[in-house]
Design a protein around this ligand. Structure first.
Ligand code: ZN
Length: 366
């Protein structure tokens, strides 16, 4: 196992609008470059992992004993050569060079690279472009044929000896090591790269999707001579739910769970029960302005889980109907809504069919 892993983290991130270089920003709960270190260690493929940085002060923690941190050069190719010179004394056979700005490669890709190196001097992961590419020569535009063009990724794997010889000779700056092999007409083995292994270039690339959760609870007393509404539909039953509105415990709990997730107080703030204009309001009309808040703020519901707590009516009988109604009121797919029925062993007010309660948890993303 004479493999070495070089992580280049000395770039200036000119296109990345932040005071810290992108490889030191937090992504998926840790600094971008740490993902590469951890995967390299976990793979057990490497004798040593070399992290090349410009500012060693930015690294405050201690790493695994296999990790060495060295200072890079002005350009990417300078840093790469400094790292190659640094490991030369250790007599490496294989070396992988990786951009710290690609934290999402898999350990499987590392394995594939090492395996392919047995019969090749340079192994490069590539993917097809998802977008069509045009190029321009003297003001004339051309289409790049997508079938014979591809995008190169890192890690790129090499026989140390061959890469070292090329790097020593290389005069101009190159954007990756594969370019040197191409410029010198040397054979490269291309293997399948990974679409998730994209390079973090802009600040938007590492904006984590924030997920928020909210819970809602409601209970209403059952009274004779009132219609029963649950989830926006009328359900045949001996009693209905008493309240300032139609008493729809499902919709009221949903509203509170949404307001909880978006941190906007509670249902009573929007629909005070001492206001005449809300007397006998149908609950779907209370839900509407709340759904509008979501739409206006690019917020969307990931899922809803509902517990309807009652002895009667039986939830299983109305489940599909209620879910269909909620799906249309919330304008979300039916698959995102789950409704469970829960009885209370005939205990208390709910057990004696004098009340119905509901609890809801919802998850919302921006
Ligand atoms: Zn209520």
């Amino acid at each position: 196992m004479n493999n070495y892993f070089i992580i280049l983290a000395s770039g200036q991130s000119k296109r990345f609008n932040s005071n810290k270089p992108k490889q030191f920003n937090i992504y998926k709960n840790k600094a971008v470059f740490k993902h590469s270190i951890e995967k390299a260690i976990k793979s057990k493929l490497f004798k040593k992992i070399i992290l090349v940085v410009n500012n060693q002060k930015l690294i405050k923690e201690k790493f695994h004993k296999k990790v060495s941190i060295i200072k890079g050069g002005k350009e990417r190719s300078d840093s790469s050569l400094i790292a190659l010179k640094y490991i030369k004394k250790l007599k490496p056979i294989n070396v992988l060079i990786h951009d710290a700005a690609r934290p999402n490669f898999s350990i499987k890709l590392l394995n594939n690279l090492i395996i392919s190196l047995k019969k090749n001097k340079a192994v490069i992961p590539v993917i097809n472009s998802k977008d069509s590419i045009k190029y321009k020569i003297k003001n004339q535009l051309f289409n790049l044929n997508r079938n014979n063009s591809f995008l190169t990724q890192t890690p790129q794997a090499f026989k140390f000896k061959d890469l070292f010889e090329l790097s020593i000779k290389q005069k101009s700056n190159v954007t990756d090591e594969a370019s040197m092999f191409i410029e010198n007409n040397l054979k490269i083995k291309f293997i399948k790269g990974e679409h998730l292994n994209n390079k973090i270039t802009y600040k938007e690339d590492i904006k984590d999707d924030k997920i928020f959760f909210g819970i809602g609870f409601d209970i209403h007393r059952l009274v004779k001579n009132k219609k029963l509404y649950l989830g926006g539909i009328k359900i045949p039953f001996h009693s209905g739910l008493k309240g300032h509105s139609d008493g729809d415990v499902i919709i009221h709990s949903i509203i509170d769970s949404i307001l909880g997730a978006i941190r906007k107080k509670d249902i009573g703030t929007y629909f005070p029960d001492n206001q005449k204009k809300y007397k006998n309001i149908r609950s779907p009309n209370m839900l509407k302005p709340i759904v509008e808040i979501l739409d206006n703020n690019q917020l969307y519901i990931n899922n809803l889980d509902i517990n309807l707590i009652c002895e009667q009516p039986k939830v299983s009988k109305y489940r599909d109907k209620i879910i269909r109604s909620l799906s249309s009121l919330l304008n979300i797919d039916k698959e995102l809504i789950n409704l469970k029925g829960k009885t209370v062993e005939k205990l208390g007010l709910i057990g004696k069919e004098k009340a119905i309660a509901c609890e809801v948890i919802c998850s919302i993303s921006k």
